[in-house]
Ligand binder design. Structure first.
Ligand code: RIB
Length: 297
């Protein structure tokens, strides 16, 4: 079984700040780090480091060639990463505060240049039972979902960043949703406690598996294996960028390898705790060996 991660590739400009900039404020930052990122790329790296056979599809500009190397170094197949001569690579401007939290401005660039022709060309190489992994940082997702679903591929969607484009997708074709509380509230159109939120999503998408993440408050799975809660592992937070992507990649890889849900959630939680304790996006994603050696404090 192959995994196709059709998603964004970004250059992340990460600025260390005292606090997130307020309206009208100018704040200096002494630290700028430039790393490979993008929710698509990060999830591909996490899937591959967790042991899955991953193919990444997406578009970069001439300024983003190092992102292809980042994927290759992590063992991801890059045959479907195209280069645009005239559109710049997507990028993210990330403020990283002293608590390790972040806020992000996203510029789509080449990530928004996916065509239906490209989608057809890529999907031709995948079959029934293969997995398609999506986030919400590229265009043409409704078409990609429609065509992958016609082929009988299994589809995982991380509706991040959440916006109105998510509702253009045939969400009944999604087999697995992995999302945080804010995304879940927007998807279910309800502001409520965790249990009610989960119940609403289950009613809305009865055929899908749902994994809700709550950052340092843990996560919960609902699906054919019942409802399973998982605590988060405490860690010294340096940079939360890509923590959710790491969780997604490790959880899906675990499930593809036939791991019971509880074990896959546990691996994903350990992997994201490790990612939070390190700087950067893709750079912070641990290997499977590191996750297995993770010591619980
Ligand atoms: O999820 C983290 C990612 O979001 C960053 O790497 C940044 O590129 C944005 O897409």
């Amino acid at each position: 079984m192959k995994v196709l991660s059709f998603g964004s590739l970004n250059i992340d400009y990460i600025y260390k700040v005292n606090h997130f900039v307020h309206k009208g404020e100018t704040q200096s930052s002494d630290t700028l780090n430039i790393y490979g990122g993008g929710k698509g790329l990060n999830q591909s790296v996490a899937l591959s480091r967790a042991g899955a056979e991953v193919y990444h599809a997406g578009i970069i500009g001439v300024d983003g060639m190092f992102l292809k190397d980042t994927l290759k170094d992590a063992g991801v197949n890059t045959d479907f990463v195209e280069k645009s001569q005239n559109i710049r690579t997507g990028h993210a401007i990330i403020q990283n505060d002293i608590q390790g939290d972040n806020c992000i401005i996203l510029y789509g660039g080449a990530n928004q240049a996916i065509t239906k022709e490209m989608a057809d060309k890529v999907l031709k190489e995948f079959d029934e039972g293969d997995w398609l992994i999506l986030q919400n940082e590229i265009n043409e997702i409704p078409y990609i979902v429609e065509k992958a679903s016609e082929k009988g591929m299994k589809i995982s969607l991380n509706p991040s960043p959440m916006n109105e484009k998510i509702f253009e997708i045939d969400l009944n074709s999604i087999n697995c949703f992995i999302l945080n509380e804010g995304e879940a509230q927007a998807l279910a159109s309800v502001h409520s406690d965790k249990e009610t939120l989960l119940k609403r999503l289950r009613e809305q998408f009865p055929h899908a598996e749902i994994v809700l993440t709550f950052g340092e408050k843990g996560s919960v799975y609902a699906g054919q294996d019942g409802i399973i809660w998982q605590d988060a592992y405490q860690t010294n937070a340096i940079d939360t960028t890509a923590a959710g992507d790491t969780f997604t990649g490790y959880f899906i890889a675990g499930r593809l390898h036939g791991m019971p849900v509880k074990e896959a959630l546990d691996m994903a939680s350990k992997a994201s705790a490790l990612a939070v304790s390190r700087k950067g996006a893709a750079l912070s994603i641990p290997t499977r060996e590191e996750v297995l050696e993770f010591e619980v404090k």
